[in-house]
Structure formats: C-alpha cells, structure tokens
Design a protein around this ligand. Structure first.
Ligand code: PMV
Length: 383
C-alpha cells in the first residue's frame, strides 16, 4: 500500500512573532509544496526497515524496526494516547539520529529527523516502509518548509493508519480528508513542529493543513482560533530569498527575552501588530468594485505591511539582508516585509495589479545582483 500527500508552504502577511505572544496574525498558503510518498513493506520479514529518502539533499537513511522498538519501547505505537513528545523520548530520538553522523550544527535537519521518527512511530508503530520526501520550498527560510513537511508526513501516515486505509482503497486516485481528519493532521503536525521549533504558535501547520488565507490567534490559556478569510482580490507577492540562514527557535526566544526585559514596551508593540492584523483581515475581505477601489485597497495593504516591517525591526528580528531588500524595492515605491522568523530568510514584496512587467524585471535584476534569489507566488490555494 502506498500514499502520496502534499502540503503547501506559507507566507505570513502580518503578525509573526507577536502571534507567539497572543496577537492575531494573517497567513496564507503559497503554491509551493512538499510531497511525502510512503510505501509500506510487508511485515513479518527479516531486516525490516523504516527508510527515509530526502531526495533534495541526496540523503538516504534507515533504521531497523527492531532497533526502534527496542529503544523507543511499546508506548510509541499508541500515538493517539501519547500525543506529545516528552523530553525523555526526545533524548532517545536524538540518540537514534546521532548514529547517522549528521553535523550537529545542522539543527534544522537533525530536528526534522527527530520529528520524522516521532510522527512515524507514533502514528504507524513499527510498520516497515519507505518514505520519500521532495520539496519546492527552500529550507529554514520562513516559508514554512518544516510545517509543510510535518503536515504532508502526518497526512500520509494517518491515511495509512488503520481505520483510514480502507477508505483510501475505496477512493483509489485522489483523496481529500474531511474536516475532522484535517484537524487531526494539523494536531500531529503541530507536535512535529514543537520538536523542530520548541514553542511554535501553530500558525504554520494550520495554514499548511487548511490552505487559503487565515486569521490565526493563539489563545494563551485555551485552544487557538482560526478564521478563514476570503480575499476579494487576487494577491501576488514577489518573494526574495536572502539566502541568509537563521534559526526560528533562537529568534523566537530572543523576542521572548526582549519581552522580559521591556514588558510594557514590548506589549505595546504586540498590541500594535495585533491591530495591523485585525485591519488587514477586514481589508482583504472588503469589496473593491473598480480599478480605483483596487488601487486604494492595495495602497492600504502596503501601508500595513510597511508598519509591520517597522515593528519587526523594532523587536530585533530584521537583518541587514532584509533591509537591503526593503531599500531596493522602495526605490520603485514598492513595500517589503520579512516573513516568518526573520533574521535573514525570505522577504515579501507586494506586487500591485498595475505594476508594469518592466519595473518588476528591474527590481528582480537589482535584487539578484545582491546575490538574492527571487520568485513570484500566488497567495492562497488549497491545503
Ligand atoms: O520562519 P518560520 O516559517 O518558522 O515562521 C515562524 C513564525 C513565528 O511567528 C516567528 C513563530 C511561530 O511559531 O508563530
């Protein structure tokens, strides 16, 4: 039995970081995907393996099922009971990954492997199988590559788990999960994200699972809330990958530390970002009947993005490379803001409907001269 499952990357239009502290954020899926293909092998053979083939990295890894069972024990097969990864289990997982001699400094890859082993063994137990992963998303650059991996992986594993595999057999080719199953996929992916990022808000796995555009709020005491938004006009973004690597976990902690040092000031900044997200949510859903109305709407959207970038700089998550993109695009009266954790990674530039192809090309060429990589994306789309 085999299953392919894909999940999109995302951009955050407003509210990153502040969302971890309870503010609203607006995120949307983009048309770049991670695909996970799992083929189960027959059980009861000798030398059963759980294999992982990370195609884009040319990395092929495998673990004997018997070794995984010996190290992780029986509890891992009861994922629905044991939803989250305990620190003891994380230690066991890190021991299993350490045997593969992946450089310690490649934190993203190492933690991605812990998440893989955790999700696989928790959802499917020790069933032998081969997992092949391919992705169109640059890794660790703010486009939600780890969440799209965790969502596609959880989706494929759930599809193969008892109870779901029969339904898949009936449908044969294409299969979409119902809402309650999607919620389960998102929950598992969140557990994977917790392993990769430590303290994620949940926005990345939510938008990657459900797609389109959402307003997301992590309630500090209760569960998070997600409202789908229907953008009345199509939104196009130029994405610039600065190619500057960064680590979401440490950027999120640096913001929390600053919030501890300056509680009142940082809380005012988070409130301001919350207002930007609220305003943006209303704006994207507001009707724009003619060209003039569309332009007015786009101007407002750019102002909100500009204010958000200013506040992100003020909380310390911008970077020289990000500021270079902001300045370069500003020469053509365009607005850019970082997306995701910042500190490098990707930057969004809003592309107004009436922007000429010549200006777009000029901007892209200027950015590429700085050593950046640019690509256009359509915002929103299925999860
Ligand atoms: O850079 P990314 O794709 O990991 O996005 C992180 C978004 C943050 O708001 C900074 C963290 C979070 O969990 O919401």
């Amino acid at each position: 039995m085999e299953v392919r499952c894909r999940a999109p990357g995302k951009i955050i239009l407003a509210g990153e970081h502040a969302v971890v502290h309870g503010a609203a954020a607006i995120a949307a899926s983009i048309d770049l995907y991670t695909e996970v293909h799992i083929s189960l092998r027959p059980s009861g053979q000798e030398d059963e393996l759980i294999e992982l083939d990370l195609k884009d990295m040319g990395l092929n890894l495998s673990w004997p099922c018997s070794q995984l069972k010996e190290v992780l024990g029986d509890c891992s097969a009861h994922g629905s009971v044991l939803m989250s990864c305990t620190s003891e289990k994380l230690e066991l997982l890190s021991g299993l990954v350490a045997q593969k001699n992946i450089p310690q400094e490649n934190v993203q890859l190492n933690s991605g492997l812990y998440a893989f082993l955790f999700l696989y063994t928790s959802i499917l137990g020790y069933k032998p199988g081969k997992t092949i992963v391919t992705s169109e998303l640059p890794m660790g650059s703010g486009l939600g590559s780890s969440a799209s991996f965790c969502v596609a992986l959880s989706g494929a594993l759930i599809a193969l788990s008892e109870g779901f595999s029969l339904k898949i057999k009936e449908k044969k080719d294409q299969f979409s999960f119902e809402k309650n199953v999607l919620e389960l996929v998102s929950k598992w992916a969140f557990e994977g994200e917790r392993i990769v990022h430590g303290k994620p808000s949940g926005i990345d796995n939510t938008v990657s699972t459900f797609g389109n555009m959402i307003k997301f709020k992590k309630e500090l005491k209760t569960t998070s809330s997600m409202t789908p938004l229907n953008s009345t006009t199509p939104l196009k973004m130029l994405i610039t990958d600065t190619r500057v690597g960064r680590n979401t976990k440490s950027l999120v902690s640096s913001v929390s530390e600053r919030a501890l040092r300056h509680p009142d000031t940082m809380s005012s900044v988070f409130n301001a970002i919350n207002s930007i997200s609220d305003e943006l949510a209303l704006l994207v859903e507001s009707p724009a009947a003619d060209k003039a109305a569309v332009s007015e709407k786009e101007e407002k959207l750019m102002e909100l993005m500009q204010m958000n970038q200013g506040l992100l700089q003020c909380i310390g998550v911008s970077h020289e490379s990000i500021e270079t993109v902001v300045r370069t695009t500003m020469k053509e009266k365009l607005v850019s803001k970082l997306t995701g954790a910042g500190g490098g990674g990707c930057v969004l530039t809003f592309v107004p409907t009436l922007l000429s192809a010549a200006v777009t090309e000029k901007v892209i060429s200027e950015l590429e001269k700085c050593g950046f990589r640019c690509f256009m994306v359509e915002v929103g789309g299925p999860g």
